[in-house]
Every structure is written in structure tokens, then in C-alpha cells.
Design a protein around this ligand. Structure first.
Ligand code: 1CP
Length: 378
């Protein structure tokens, strides 16, 4: 195995007592782009860059339970670093999952092969909220994620910044009620129509945990934070404004206020998949970066967000099935649409397991090369 257990124990103790002794950051392109500053090239990373498309990921994960892997700081560190050994990504995202938050609140979640995440006892009616922990001890329940972040910050050796993340309240709520993935999310949406008060109660409980969780990630060493509202698209504009946006805003505002008290600041990214209707609002929600799925035209996203935020995204992940020359062309057009300033290249959603790692390399290289060329022409 790549990691020696004794060494890891040492590093964890050392870093928790003096987290400032992290190796110096060598490539801050991603952080500068997030803040809208100029960069030599457009930074690039991929959602699910630590994932099953990599043979070394499949080999490492083989035979291990998914959430046991999430609970091992050494395993999370190794899986986070794997894609960086292959590609010159400008950021890394900690290997974990959004569903560790419902677990921390007392729910059982299992990863079932061929089915995905499964809650054996999902929330059915508002009375079921009583099953959730009233006051979650985030440090105790999710300390393993913080340890993974601290360890990875050391092991990454300042190569690129490390992104921490969480699921947003509505997305987490929908899993907790659906009991797993769903096409219609009709059980969760039933709550919104039938039990709006209980829904707000649950969303508020989740928000409180998420705020503490994100602050813990920054204290552990996360240099940026992404909030995944993956199920935004299933809400219409009215429900988005009622059940998603206020909580997304509350999270960013509270995290930023707390960090400010400590003289800290980290860029925050909001990725509300398929929430076209929410773009203007999202660009005025205290996040520095708005992540975009592939169904939004880059120029129109720029117009609608009016230069208030940096943008991230948004190549169709399936474009990676194209021949290499086409990938380069698609990337060039995307860069021309967004421009090279205040922009972080990414896919419009995560990489799929059947994608060719070589094409991921072509994508990364094309972003770097085209953006360097474009910057020269200005
Ligand atoms: O065994 C495996 O490897 C299972 C595949 C897998 C992986 C690689 C799952 C199960 N989770 C992860 C890791 C993960 N999940 C990361 C870190 C890796 C990286 O991005 O490089 C992150 C950021 C997530 C976040 C996550 N989990 C989201 C938000 C992003 C998105 O995809 O919209 C969501 C919705 C989940 C839930 C989840 N976890 C796993 C699956 C297959 C799913 C989706 C289930 C469904 O709704 O059908």
C-alpha cells in the first residue's frame, strides 16, 4: 500500500496541533481565478476526478466497503492524490461523499453494489424527524473527514489547493426521504407540498450541521469549499426560491462570517445542477463562484451573472467520448464563450466510470494550451 500507517498517525497528530505548518502552495491559479484575478492559464479540475474511470481507483477500492473507505483518512488521501499523479489538474477535491452528513445525523446509509447509496429506513413522515440527532457533535461524527483533509493537505505537498465539500440541504433532504437515488424525487417533493413546515425544519437542521461541517473542513486545511445542490433541477423556480436558495445563502453567509472573525477567508463555490432559473439569484448569494451544468450557454451565463462572480464548468461530460481532436475544439469554443478571466474549467457534472482517462488528459491539456494562447492574444 502507498501509505505507512505509523507515518500517518504521526502526521495527523502533528498537523492538528499546528495546522499552519502545511507545505507552501505552489500553484494558486485556481484560488486566483475563483477570486476573479488574472491567471497565466485557466485552471481546471473535474468533478469526480477521483473515481471509477481510473483503473488504480478501481483496484484500490476493490472489495472494500464504500463508507469504510470514506472513514479511513489514509484511503481518502490516496484516492484524492491518484488523479494528480496522472494529470496536471489545478485543484484536488477531497475523496468523501455528501451522504456522510445524514449518517452523522443518525441515519444508516449503505452503498449497495449496482444500486448506489441506500437508506434502509428513510424518513417517511414528519414524526420521523424525531429519529434524527437533535444536536450533532460534528467533530465527533465527522472528525474522520477532517483528519483526511489534514493528512491530504500535507501529502499534496502544496502542489494544488484542496477543495472541501458538502451536499446542500435540499439535496441531502431528498436522499433522506427517497432512501436513495430517484428520477422523480416525488417522495421528497411530496413533503415540500404537504409538509412545508416540517420540510423547513429539516432543511434548517441540515443547514446547521453543514455550516459546522464546512467550518471544520477549513480548520482542518480545506482551501476552498464546494456546495453541491445536485437535485436543484427537480425543483421549479418557485420551490427553489423557497426550499433551496435561502439555505444556500445562509450557509455561505454564516461560514464567511465565522471565518472573518478568525481573519480567514476561503472561496466558496455553489453548484446547483439544472437550476437555470436561479442563476441571477445564485450570483448574489455570497459565493465567489457559481458552477454550471452543460445546458447553459457560457455567454448567456456571463451576461446573467453580470461579472459578479467567477464561473465554473461546464463541458458536457459526454463530450469526453469524442475523438481527441474534437475535445480540443469543444474546449476552445467553451473558453471563448467564458473568456479566460474569472473562469475555472470543469465538466458540467461528474466523470462517468466508462470514460477513457486519456481523454481526461486531453481535456486538461486543451484547457491549459488554449487559454495560454488566448491570454497572449489579448
Ligand atoms: O464505489 C464507488 O466508488 C462509488 C462511486 C462514488 C464515488 C467515487 C460515490 C457513490 N461517491 C463517490 C465520491 C464522491 N461523491 C466525491 C469525491 C470524489 C471526486 O469528486 O473526485 C464527491 C464530491 C461526491 C459527491 C456526491 N455524492 C454527490 C454530489 C455530486 C454529484 O454527483 O451530483 C452526490 C449526488 C453523491 C451521492 C452519490 N454517491 C455515490 C453515488 C453513485 C451517488 C449518486 C447516487 C444517485 O443519486 O443515483
Amino acid at each position: 500500500m502507498f501509505f505507512h500507517p505509523c507515518t500517518s498517525y504521526h502526521i495527523i497528530l502533528f498537523s492538528v496541533s499546528s495546522p499552519k505548518d502545511f507545505p507552501q502552495l505552489k500553484n494558486d491559479t485556481f484560488l486566483r481565478a475563483a477570486r476573479g484575478e488574472e491567471t497565466e492559464h485557466v485552471p481546471v479540475w473535474c468533478m469526480r476526478q477521483a473515481g471509477r474511470y481510473l483503473p488504480e481507483f478501481r483496484e484500490f477500492r476493490a472489495g472494500k466497503d464504500f463508507f469504510d473507505t470514506c472513514r479511513s483518512p489514509e484511503a481518502c488521501c490516496e484516492l484524492t492524490l491518484q488523479p494528480l499523479r496522472r494529470f496536471p489538474f489545478d485543484a484536488a477535491i477531497i475523496f468523501s461523499d455528501i451522504l456522510v452528513v445524514p449518517q452523522a445525523m443518525g441515519m444508516d446509509v449503505q452503498m449497495v453494489a449496482g444500486k448506489g447509496p441506500t437508506f434502509p429506513e428513510p424518513l417517511k413522515e414528519p414524526e420521523d424527524l424525531q429519529r434524527l440527532q437533535v444536536k450533532v457533535d460534528v467533530e465527533k461524527e465527522l472528525g474522520y473527514v477532517f483528519k483526511a483533509i489534514t493528512l491530504t493537505r500535507h501529502k499534496i505537498e502544496g502542489k494544488v489547493p484542496l477543495i472541501g465539500f458538502t451536499g446542500a440541504p435540499w439535496t441531502l433532504m431528498s436522499y433522506m426521504i427517497e432512501g436513495g437515488g430517484s428520477n422523480t424525487h416525488s417522495k421528497a417533493k411530496r413533503w415540500l407540498y404537504r409538509h412545508p413546515e416540517a420540510s423547513h425544519m429539516l432543511l434548517k437542521m441540515l443547514t446547521d450541521v453543514v455550516v459546522e461541517y464546512l467550518l471544520g473542513q477549513v480548520a482542518a486545511g480545506a482551501q476552498a469549499l464546494q456546495v453541491f445542490e445536485s437535485h436543484a433541477g427537480i425543483l421549479g423556480p418557485v420551490q427553489f426560491k423557497d426550499f433551496s436558495l435561502p439555505y444556500l445563502r445562509d450557509i455561505a453567509r454564516r461560514v464567511k462570517d465565522k471565518l472573518k472573525e478568525k481573519g480567514q477567508d476561503v472561496p466558496m463555490i455553489v453548484f446547483a445542477k439544472d437550476a437555470h432559473y436561479g442563476l441571477e439569484d445564485l450570483s448574489q448569494s455570497y459565493y465567489e463562484v457559481v458552477g454550471l451544468d452543460w445546458t447553459i450557454d457560457p455567454r448567456s451565463a456571463r451576461e446573467r451573472t453580470g461579472g459578479r462572480v467567477s464561473l465554473q464548468g461546464n463541458m458536457d461530460p459526454c463530450a469526453l467520448y469524442s475523438p481527441k481532436e474534437c475535445i480540443s475544439d469543444i474546449v476552445r469554443k467553451m473558453l471563448e464563450g467564458f473568456g479566460t478571466r474569472g473562469y475555472i474549467a470543469n465538466l458540467g457534472h461528474g466523470l462517468y466510470p466508462d470514460m477513457d482517462p486519456e481523454n481526461v488528459g486531453t481535456f486538461v491539456e486543451a484547457v491549459h494550451q488554449h487559454s495560454i494562447q488566448m491570454n497572449k492574444q489579448v
